[in-house]
Design a protein around this ligand. Structure first.
Ligand SMILES: Nc1ncnc2c1ncn2[C@@H]1O[C@H](COP(=O)(O)OP(=O)(O)OP(=O)(O)O)[C@@H](O)[C@H]1O
Ligand code: SF4
Ligand SMILES: [Mg+2]
Length: 335
């Protein structure tokens, strides 16, 4: 009984990243961007990847699609499995069929995804040409018009070039390109950061619609805990290339048990119901990824740091679906 339940749960796993290590080999140094990064995404799950700048969020998304910069970006160990397929050893043809159809990415900078000399309509059409070669021209045109309307761009503007659109509109065009093939998994790298709050709400609504229509799983990369609370089922907090806390939004946001870094993130949030005179920022900076410490990478900034934290890497301690990688939560507390 128990075994079959575990098996059923396994089949739901769409993406599984295990103990991934990624580095960038630059002329000056080796940048250790991901250091034992693990994450599981189930079908239809909406998971928020939160962490400060340089934590490794984009590197994680690029690794899944094997789009790390050639020669510089290197996966040194670990595994990435998508729907049972080992992505690190999959043939290039499989990766080409995966990108854009099964897994789509909304890139952090919309201009990296748009070709300045091709009209936006033709760029969206190209996605359909590539993935649906048998679809008729009329059907493709109709789909382009529909997706443009869905993201709030009048289809009459499809013959214009990227520079004729505002930043927020360009972002919505990129989102249209990512959604048109109805992917199983959407990697959305800061999709709403450049947008004003009303458009941001519309885009989140659009991604929710996609989830309910096609059971699309979404990995939403963001700095914004408010967006995570609003949109996601689960959250993974990333620090110095590792997931240091993960769990349901309810468990993590309950603030009963958190990693000291997550606690620091919450203390930086304004709370209108609180009488505290000021916000408490997290002191210092993230550990230098070219020279990571032997023990916990948060040690220099942590108010609870003890001697063991300097010498030993903490393990992930798990309660049900809630995990925290920190020495404060020792064996005795694990249920
Ligand atoms: N092409 C590259 N060459 C060298 N180092 C890189 C390269 N791309 C990223 N890095 C480094 O890898 C680390 C992780 O970067 P990444 O872009 O994944 O972070 P991020 O969490 O997405 O940050 P942000 O929130 O600012 O987008 C950083 O230290 C960054 O400087
Ligand atoms: S392991 Fe130690 S230094 Fe790291 S977060 Fe926990 S208490 Fe702080
Ligand atoms: Mg990034």
């Amino acid at each position: 009984m128990r075994e079959s339940a575990v098996h059923a749960e396994k089949c739901e796993n769409l993406l599984e990243i295990q103990d991934l290590h990624v580095q960038y080999n630059t002329d000056d140094a080796v940048v250790h961007a991901l250091n034992g990064f693990s994450l599981t995404v189930n079908r239809g799950q909406k998971i928020g990847l939160v962490g400060e700048t340089g934590a490794g969020k984009t590197t994680c998304a690029l690794s899944i699609l094997r789009l790390l910069p050639d020669k510089v970006g290197q996966i040194t160990s670990g595994s990435i499995t998508y729907d049972g397929e080992d992505l690190l050893h999959a043939p290039t043809a499989y990766m080409l069929s995966l990108r854009g159809t099964k897994v789509s990415m909304i890139f952090q900078d919309p201009m990296t995804s748009l070709n300045p000399i091709i009209t936006v309509g033709d760029q969206i059409l190209e996605v359909l040409d590539l993935h649906y070669p048998d679809m008729s021209k009329e059907e493709k045109e109709k789909r382009v018009d529909e997706i443009l309307s869905l993201v709030g761009i009048p289809p009459s503007r499809k013959n214009e070039f990227p520079h004729q659109f505002s930043g927020g509109m360009k972002q919505r065009i990129v989102i249209a390109m990512a959604l048109i093939a109805e992917p199983e998994l959407l990697l959305a790298d800061e999709p709403t950061t450049a947008l004003d709050v009303t458009i941001q709400a519309q885009i989140l609504e659009l991604m929710k619609e996609l989830k309910s229509k096609f059971n699309t799983a979404v990995v939403l990369i963001t700095h914004d805990l408010g967006v995570v609370a609003e949109f996601c089922d689960d959250v993974a907090v990333v620090y110095a290339g590792e997931v240091i806390e993960s769990g349901s939004v309810e468990a993590v946001f309950a603030r009963e048990k958190n990693h000291p870094y997550t606690e620091g993130l919450f203390n930086c949030l304004p709370d209108l119901s609180s009488t505290a005179p000021r916000l408490i920022p997290i002191p210092g900076f993230m550990a230098d990824p070219t020279n990571l410490p032997e023990g916990c990478s948060f040690a220099d900034r942590c108010p609870y740091c003890r001697s063991i934290c300097r010498s030993e890497k903490p393990q992930m301690h798990v309660w049900g679906g809630h995990g925290i990688k920190c020495h404060l939560f020792g064996q005795k507390e694990v249920e």
